[in-house]
Design a protein around this ligand. Structure first.
Ligand code: NDP
Length: 473
């Protein structure tokens, strides 16, 4: 049993002002795996005051000092990577290969990228008589979800540290362990007191207190659309900056010239990765209507080949994160059936032989873009295949969504893929795959605002100051 009942405030492990604990459930076993403390606004006040004090010096620290700090964190992160992977497996159910692979690698990647960017970043440039200075925005509240715990925290913490900001992290209640280990890593690496603080607890309490706080300069939030809306409202009275990374219902367009077998199989299995709990998952697979029968066969075969089971074993998919997430997904599958979508793989209930744990069957429907299952983010392993008539129709369907986070185009002819990518109203598009830590990531429409990852992630944490007359002769 893990017991993480202290917060990290002002460079020390600190007991909550008012003691209160909550159990953490392992989604693979439905059993209690440990406990955390739930903080109160009084803890937030202490952490914000510490971050404000620390900002006076850290906000003016040199790039060299910040690089040294990030490199010390990098060494410590690498030393404890396996513990992070283990924690992610227990807290949110990622299979061990994924937890110890892509999950921890994403955190390490954002750290390495922040170091690379910081080495080259221009905090000052002169244009005519004006000096343009990029200065740290100040005290930041970082509120993160459970689905990719290291990705979501590291993509915020390291650019914020590189920019010279101080911060308070509010990790998700469902996945609190890896954040606790990350706080230990930062402590061990020698982050100055007050620069990084962490309080566990309920979003509606800790997240809201941060969003409303007079002395917090910006909030960076990743999570659901309704909570993002609430945070903007809470932050409005203090006119703080709010960066939002919200949900998605991303389209994967398989063009007519693409190899169907490979692309449909890849898109189907890829969507099921992390149990479908990826904001940029290609959850709408758009395919040529003329080839629908072949697509159905390929998608059904790929879905049935996705192994589901105990995250400790060598499977492709573990459980979803919680009972409530499981129930929501079941309701969406029911809705799809009610709406008349054609079920070609998976369906209601747990996979055979898995009676305990929040396991969902890898599910594929063929449907239309007006169905609820094609419009709302399910955040589970449920793919909707949607046939299109021609490229214009494919682009129209892809863009007919309230969201605009990710997008995918597969095809042999690169020029056609590129032309389609230009027409898609979404923040990130993968053309025949690929991966880039420097590519900005964020949403159009209700998928949010702002951009994280790489150099663009730095700007979230910077103010721009013009000093006019600086260059006067
Ligand atoms: P939530 O929005 O429910 O929670 C995210 C975080 O916000 C949690 O730490 C939560 O705390 C906290 N929170 C809850 N209520 C408030 C509040 N009133 N004020 C401030 N903070 C609050 O999302 P989930 O954790 O359920 O994550 C899933 C959602 O996140 C999906 O919709 C997904 O698409 C989206 N997402 C988007 C990503 C992107 O990059 N665009 C990436 C990953 C996920 P608590 O722990 O108490 O719930």
């Amino acid at each position: 049993m893990r017991s993480y009942t202290q917060f990290y405030i002002d460079g020390r492990w600190t007991s909550p002002v008012t003691p209160k604990t909550a159990e953490v459930i392992n989604p693979a076993t439905e059993e209690v795996s440990g406990e955390i403390s739930l903080g109160s606004p009084a803890d937030v006040d202490l952490a914000v005051a510490a971050a404000r004090r620390a900002f006076a010096t850290y906000g003016e620290s040199s790039v060299k000092d910040r690089l040294d700090l990030l490199e010390a964190i990098q060494a410590e992160y690498e030393r404890r990577e396996a513990e992070l992977g283990e924690a992610i497996m227990v807290e949110m159910g990622a299979p061990k290969g994924l937890a110890n692979g892509f999950h921890t690698l994403l955190g390490k990647g954002h750290l390495g990228t922040a170091i690379e960017v910081l080495k080259e970043f221009k905090f000052e440039e002169q244009r005519g008589v004006t000096l343009i200075r990029k200065e740290p925005i100040g005290v930041c509240g970082l509120i993160t979800p459970w689905n990719w715990p290291m990705n979501q925290t590291c993509v915020k913490i390291f650019p914020a540290l590189a920019a010279g900001c101080t911060m308070i992290l509010k990790p998700p209640q469902l996945a609190p362990y890896s954040a606790q280990i990350l706080a230990e890593i930062l402590d061990k690496a020698g982050v100055p007191a007050g620069v990084f603080n962490m309080i566990q607890g309920q979003g509606s309490v800790i997240g809201a207190a941060l969003s409303r706080h007079e002395d917090v300069d910006m909030i960076s939030f990743t999570g659901s659309e309704p909570v993002g809306v609430q945070i903007q409202k809470d932050a409005a009275d203090t006119v703080k900056r709010v960066g939002l990374e919200l949900g998605g219902k991303s389209a994967w367009i398989v063009l007519d010239d693409a190899s169907l077998a490979a692309n449909v199989a890849g898109a189907t299995a890829g969507m099921m990765g992390n149990s479908g709990q990826t904001c940029s998952a290609g959850s709408r697979l758009l395919v040529p209507a003329s080839r629908l029968d072949d697509v159905k066969r390929a998608a059904a075969e790929a879905a049935s080949g996705v192994t589901v089971g105990d995250p400790q074993s060598d499977v492709a998919m573990g459980p979803v994160v919680s009972k409530s997430q499981y129930n929501i997904i079941q309701q969406y599958i029911e809705k799809g059936l009610e709406e008349g979508a054609e079920l070609i793989a998976g369906g209601l209930g747990r996979p055979e032989g898995l009676d305990k744990g929040w396991y969902v069957k890898p599910t594929v429907f063929v449907g239309t873009n007006d169905m609820v299952i094609a419009r709302e983010e399910i955040f589970g392993p449920v793919l909707v295949v949607i046939p299109y008539d021609d490229i214009d129709d494919a682009v129209r369907i892809a863009n007919d969504s309230n969201f605009g986070l990710g997008g995918y185009v597969s095809g042999e002819d690169l020029d056609t893929c590129r032309a389609v990518s230009r027409r898609m109203r979404t923040g990130a598009i993968w053309v025949n795959g690929g991966f880039d830590f420097h590519a900005p990531f964020g949403g159009y429409k209700r998928s949010g605002n702002g951009r994280e990852w790489g150099e663009f992630g730095f700007h979230e944490y910077l103010e721009v100051k013009s000093v006019i007359g600086w260059g006067a002769a």
